[in-house]
Design a protein around this ligand. Structure first.
Ligand SMILES: O=C(O)CCC(=O)C(=O)O
Ligand SMILES: [Fe+2]
Length: 328
């Protein structure tokens, strides 16, 4: 017979008619296994740790946790769990319920790898960077959409798959901002200690009159390591993430790329409001399983400028970065 609903496999009820049995009372102090959290007499823990029972209990609890989390996060989405809107900052919310909702969205964003820090730069810094970009050699670009652009730092050649030392150093005005990145929680995790941005590109969108936009794309998974960081200046917009599809190895059918089990399985679209002066970190699931784009109708002002920071290790002599998708 299987375990009762909500009861871990292999666990037996220790209660008979609501009264603790004599055998339970005599086994000594109970403790929780540090690996699987099952309650047991302290003297049994050493034998139990690492056993198959411990392993299956741990898996079972992780599965239960993922299911509960996915259900809670599905409730935050619209369109039957397919679309998530991320834009709420906790401080803006009027009541307790709205604050709890905003906190849950931020937690879901973090699990997806999206986090946004509003007012990351001051109005004065925004004006200084905009002035610097305006006076730089902005050129028309049709790479990933239609807009104007320029770049600094190491030189990634996406065609030869090589990254060369910088010929045009990152300007001081951007280095001052980069010095503050370690204050951002998503960039200060142990997994990110070796993330050191050495490349930045500016994109200038003349959205209303120039018909500019950012086409759906994924930043190269081999040329740049770890997160992609975007600073928004001069105007607000909404960025759209769309889950990528891949061919199933056996059926040949196109299916949604896998995402961790605690995220809603149906999730396809994530829309993120990027306010001017905010800093967005794009990492983990959205970085490797979703494309990102800014549709022409999603610019909320005439113009917007973004600065995107990446860490792109310089390739050794003769080395080439591979092409194609990779796992994270
Ligand atoms: O404009 C933005 O915020 C994003 C730019 C971007 O995705 C890129 O440069 O790869
Ligand atoms: Fe990008």
């Amino acid at each position: 017979m299987g375990a009762a609903a909500g009861q871990a496999p292999g666990s037996r009820s220790r209660r008979r008619g609501g009264v603790e049995s004599a055998s339970t009372r005599s086994v000594g102090a109970l403790t929780r296994c540090p690996a699987c959290a099952t309650s047991m007499p302290a003297k049994m823990v050493d034998d139990h740790l690492g056993s198959q029972v411990c392993e299956s209990q741990r898996k079972w609890r992780a599965q239960q946790h993922s299911r509960t989390q996915a259900a809670a996060w599905t409730a935050l989405c619209v369109d039957n769990g397919r679309t998530l809107h991320l834009n709420a900052s906790i401080a803006d919310q009027q009541d307790e319920q709205a604050r709890a909702d905003a906190a849950a969205r931020i937690a879901m964003g973090a699990a997806l790898g999206v986090s946004v820090v509003d007012e990351f730069v001051t109005e004065h810094e925004e004006a200084t960077i905009l002035e610097y970009v305006r006076s730089s050699d902005l050129r028309e670009s049709s790479f990933n959409g239609r807009h104007m652009g320029c770049k600094w730092g190491v030189d990634c050649d996406l065609y030869t798959r090589k990254t060369y030392e910088a010929t045009r150093e990152l300007p001081e005005v951007l280095q001052n901002i980069m010095a503050r990145f370690k204050s951002v929680a998503a960039l200060a995790t142990p997994a990110r200690t070796d993330w050191t941005p050495n490349e930045a590109n500016a994109i200038w969108y003349d959205a209303r009159h120039g018909g500019h936009f950012l086409g759906a794309h994924v930043d190269d998974r081999f040329m740049s390591k770890g997160p992609i960081v975007n600073l928004s200046l001069g105007g607000d917009c909404v960025m759209t993430y769309e889950r990528e599809r891949e061919q199933d190895a056996t059926t040949g059918r196109l299916q949604l790329k896998s995402i961790p089990p605690e995220l809603p399985a149906a999730l396809q679209t994530v829309r993120v409001h990027l306010r001017r002066r905010s800093l967005q970190v794009m990492d983990k699931v959205v970085r490797y399983r979703f494309t990102h784009e800014i549709r022409a109708e999603d610019f909320l002002s005439d113009a917007r400028c973004s600065i995107t920071f990446r860490h792109s290790p310089v390739t050794e002599h003769g080395e080439m970065r591979p092409r194609g998708p990779t796992l994270y």
